[in-house]
Design a protein around this ligand. Structure first.
Ligand code: TRP
Length: 492
């Protein structure tokens, strides 16, 4: 079942430079730590080429056939972000739909690197989408806040500071409306020292052993002077996709040394931005090599959200004018969109009426397309804009109203999130979910029951067959009786 998956890092290639005065065209760069759009030889920033990255990394584009099946299987109209291609690519989502049809569980997993206090719409949208998936499938969800990752990768950050960001971000994420009964949020530095992380740790140590320096270097562009924590971190983000890392979620013993093969076999679906794919290729390549093998996690990839400055720009926490932030006031939102949102309209009113505008590059229209549910209304905006009947001011006004409604709703929810609520989401515990109420396919034959703790692994360290394990258990029982007898005799 190995699939040929090409090198992970989209390489930066510089155009031939004949003279110094010629600007160098650059290719797009997409990896988990650096996302840059391509530039032309004039130095202009170009749009991301998502089909190219999908092809390069051998992902599948989400097509109508998949969306139709999604609707048939779940009974839900695909989310507008699926219909409109914001989530554009995937791996093995069909298998997740198969799992759901059989009424079997799967784990939803997503995360965020808490590198700042303030979240903007580029941060909240992936979580909104994850919440929608959770509502549609009714499955358990884990959200990993990688304060360790950000500490390791960002030179300037200190541990206490990143930890605080993680707590603040967790409260923001809670505001999106996740159901606490079905959701476990964890901050790495906290969970990894909690005692609930034994199986997570065993999984990551085993995974670290499977992956060589050469593999992570290939996948992430690490080199000899990269700190060793970065190498090891990759394993953590990977094994976070194994349900066996969280036995307590499933009501299983988290203290025993033995991980559950039954949990390891539970599939996982990861919604994430496309730049995170290198991590998950690594887990897909190696998961079947784990002693308790896990299926390859499925993925749904999103594009990057357009910055206010337009295509190729980046929403950045350090640039308040690059994005709408979740703590912006109504007035700030209005000013940002009026002053900083790139317009696809014409210079003057007259020209705009005559020639019409281009909604495809118009940021206010792009933002409307993220939030306006009504496909027909959106189509009409685009058509009217093209004809010059709708002006740039009108488009901005619509966008401002929409964005302010979204931000206000978020802020109202955020104001209600208390420290107690945060602690409850962060507490390792059994989750409750129902999954598919009407399975339409027979369940797969259940795997062999796992043996009682202590009897699964032979003296050679290899898993035993069911019979060998039974024999060993019987022997152990006999030994125990013998010892008890001897002890009783000695007491006499
Ligand atoms: N590495 C991600 C970031 O820097 C955080 C993350 C951890 C994540 N696990 C994930 C993102 C799973 C998406 C899915 O933001």
């Amino acid at each position: 079942m190995t699939e040929p998956e090409p090198p992970a890092v989209a390489t930066l290639s510089l155009a031939e430079t004949a003279t110094e005065s010629v600007k160098q065209a650059t290719e797009q760069e997409i990896n988990p730590w650096d996302v840059q759009a391509a530039t032309d030889d004039q130095g202009n920033v170009l749009e991301f080429d998502y089909e190219a990255i999908s092809q390069k990394w051998a992902t599948k584009l989400i097509d109508d056939a998949l969306l139709e099946r999604f609707e048939r299987v779940t009974g839900h109209k695909p989310h507008r972000w699926l219909r409109r291609g914001l989530f554009f690519s995937h791996r093995d989502v069909e298998l997740i739909l198969d799992t759901y049809e059989r009424g079997e569980d799967f784990l939803l997993y997503t995360g965020r690197g808490p590198s700042s206090d303030s979240m903007h719409i580029g941060h909240t949208i992936p979580f909104e989408f994850t919440k929608w998936l959770q509502d549609v499938f009714d499955v358990p969800l884990v959200i990993m806040l990688t304060d360790d990752e950000k500490f390791l990768f960002k030179e300037k950050l200190k541990q206490p500071e990143v930890y605080q960001y993680a707590r603040g971000n967790a409260m923001d994420i809670i505001s999106i409306g996740f159901d606490v009964k079905k959701t476990f949020i964890y901050i790495d530095s906290e969970f990894f020292t909690s005692g609930y992380n034994r199986h997570f740790n065993l999984n990551s140590t085993e995974f670290e052993k499977l992956v060589t320096n050469n593999q992570v270097r290939g996948a992430f562009g690490f080199h000899g002077s990269t700190n060793i924590g970065s190498n090891a971190f990759a394993a953590k983000q990977c094994v976070a996709a194994f349900a066996s890392s969280y036995p307590f979620i499933f009501g299983e013993d988290y203290k025993t040394y033995h991980r559950s093969a039954k949990l390891a076999a539970i599939p996982c679906l990861i919604p994430c931005a496309i730049d995170q794919d290198p991590y998950f290729r690594l887990v897909r390549e190696n998961c079947s090599r784990m002693d308790q093998s896990s299926p390859k996690p499925a993925l749904i990839h999103s594009k990057f959200l357009t910055a206010l400055q337009g295509a190729g720009g980046k929403m950045s926490s350090s640039n308040p004018n690059s994005a709408v932030f979740m703590d912006d006031t109504e007035k700030q939102v209005k000013n940002k969109i009026n002053k900083h949102a790139f317009s696809g309209g014409q210079e003057t009113m007259e020209l705009h009426r005559e020639k019409g505008g281009n909604p495809d590059i118009d940021v206010p229209f792009q933002y409307l397309s993220y939030f306006e549910e009504d496909d027909e209304k959106l189509k009409k905006f685009a058509a009217d804009y093209r004809k010059g009947e709708m002006g740039t001011g009108d488009m901005k006004k619509e966008c401002i109203t929409m964005m302010n409604t979204y931000v206000k709703k978020f802020q109202e929810a955020r104001a209600k999130v208390t420290d107690e609520m945060l602690e409850e989401f962060l507490r390792p515990r059994k989750l409750e979910w129902k999954g598919n109420p009407n399975p339409t396919r027979p369940k797969l034959e259940p795997k062999e029951e796992t043996e009682p703790a202590g009897a699964e692994v032979g003296s050679d360290g290899k898993p035993m067959t069911k019979n060998a394990a039974k024999k060993a258990a019987k022997l152990a029982e006999l030994e125990k009786k013998k010892r008890e007898k001897a002890a009783a005799a000695a007491q006499k």
